[in-house]
Design a binder for this molecule. Sequence first.
Ligand SMILES: *[C@@H]1O[C@H](CO)[C@@H](O)[C@H](O)[C@H]1NC(C)=O
Ligand SMILES: *[C@@H]1O[C@H](CO)[C@@H](O)[C@H](O)[C@H]1NC(C)=O
Ligand SMILES: *[C@@H]1O[C@H](CO)[C@@H](O)[C@H](O)[C@H]1NC(C)=O
Ligand SMILES: [Zn+2]
Length: 510
Amino acid sequence: MLQILTISVMMLFEAGVSSPFASSGLENQIFQYIDLHQNQFIESLKEWVAVESDSVQPRLRQEVTRMVELTADRLQSLGATVELVKLGSQKLPDGQSLLLPPLILAELGKDPQKPTVCFYGHVDVQPAKKEDGWKTDPFTLTEIDGNLYGRGATDDKGPVLAWINAVEAFRALKIGMPVNLKFIIEGMEEAGSLGLEELIKAENQHFFSNVDYIVISDNLWISIRKPALTYGTRGNTCFFVEVQCGERDLHSGTFGGIIHEPMTDLIALLGSLVDTSGRILIPGIYDDVASLTEEEKKLYESIEFDLEEYKNNSGVQNFLYDTKEGILMHLWRYPSLSIHGIEGAFHEPGTKTVIPARVIGKFSIRQVPHMNISIVEHQVIHYLEDVFSKRNSPNKLKVSMSMSAMPWVADVNDPLYTAARRAIKTVFGEDPDMIRDGGTIPVARTFQNITRKSVMMLPIGAADAGEHSQNEKISRHNYIQGTKLFAVFFLEIGKLHRQLQEASNMKTTN
Ligand SMILES: *[C@@H]1O[C@H](CO)[C@@H](O)[C@H](O)[C@H]1NC(C)=O
Ligand SMILES: *[C@@H]1O[C@H](CO)[C@@H](O)[C@H](O)[C@H]1NC(C)=O
Ligand SMILES: *[C@@H]1O[C@H](CO)[C@@H](O)[C@H](O)[C@H]1NC(C)=O
Ligand SMILES: [Zn+2]
């Protein structure tokens, strides 16, 4: 017995997973428990990774459902009340209908004195095959040099389990939970979260009515080493610009030189959108962009971002900006316009002397606070019609917006963020990078827009975790420290919430 204990303590030492920054006895007790049980937590992750819960391929739908049920069992064994909500079915491109996996709504604790924190995660994964270039079997969690390789290790089975492990530590140590917990866990995230938004709407007055805070752990740090908190994502608007001259494609030997060619019009239109410095030329487009405050500017200074590595990863030598701040701000807090393609254009190798009769240009504008999508739509259409009218072309122009998603930004001074910052400082010994995402992750915006609660994205995976990619992994360090992070976060948000309540009670009595 004694010998076994010595061995596991030595293993801890080797893995370097001690936590020298813990400030209280309670925290130390929790950390010790988590350190001692790390192999057991990894064993759970191994069991979960072994389920090929790929939501993209219809033939694996059974496995997704099995994974959701496994998760439900796990939550139940923590003492949670679990409901499996049926979401109906989806229509496949071939017309067949396929049952969606159920979604988990779970609840643990109902003490009105404590805040209620709702956790969102997903247990489905992206497709993966060994032949795609994996070093190990994607569905056999394999540890190599302190990294746990396997599909879903970081996206998102590892974080969901880290949350569960944290609750388990409180239970095993018989420490009262400082918060009430709710869980919303889906199995269709990688296939567009089918049914999620409708469910949130339907449950807004029920499941979400007593939720105070929503936490999403489904993204990555921007650094390999330094933890991060995410407080914003960009939205998007996608446009089609169609120019048509007639019904049939023509030959340039028979018609070249005597007609207004649609492609020439379209290239001029697309060429009028952005200047050589990346600035969007559509009048008024920057009018509603939030101005940069001193407070926000300061958040960028301490971010750990390796510009050279970012360039290496892109294979591009020169960017439009050459400072960290310039690059991150233009990825996160300013709009950008990208041209994606032209439908109807000749694009194969070789030569073809065709004049396409109808071409559709496709571009998008990434949205940031506080741009208004219907105003952007109007500005784009108005501008392109104006540019076109100056060309005196008899061709037909049609501009339309095909898709839109709003940006999301949170208040970094919200108690949710304060508590998470404190927890990160305790577990990792440093302040997090305060980051945003240049892409669109609709879930945060959806939660915020419908429930009006404060929302935070609290990632535990490092920048090199390779989500969606070959050799996806989470390091043992990130998985175990992530588990501690969630446990300390429960303590911090519980404490902060109590203090806020006391302060507001004092105000009412005075
Ligand atoms: C970027 O690539 C260059 C050339 O391959 C290499 O020398 C350098 O170490 C790389 N830098 C980083 C940060 O990856
Ligand atoms: C966007 O602008 C339109 C037109 O001015 C206005 O009706 C709408 O309320 C605005 N939407 C938001 C979210 O501010
Ligand atoms: C926000 O929620 C309202 C009410 O549920 C809905 O009508 C609107 O489409 C939502 N907007 C976004 C961008 O999700
Ligand atoms: Zn994910």
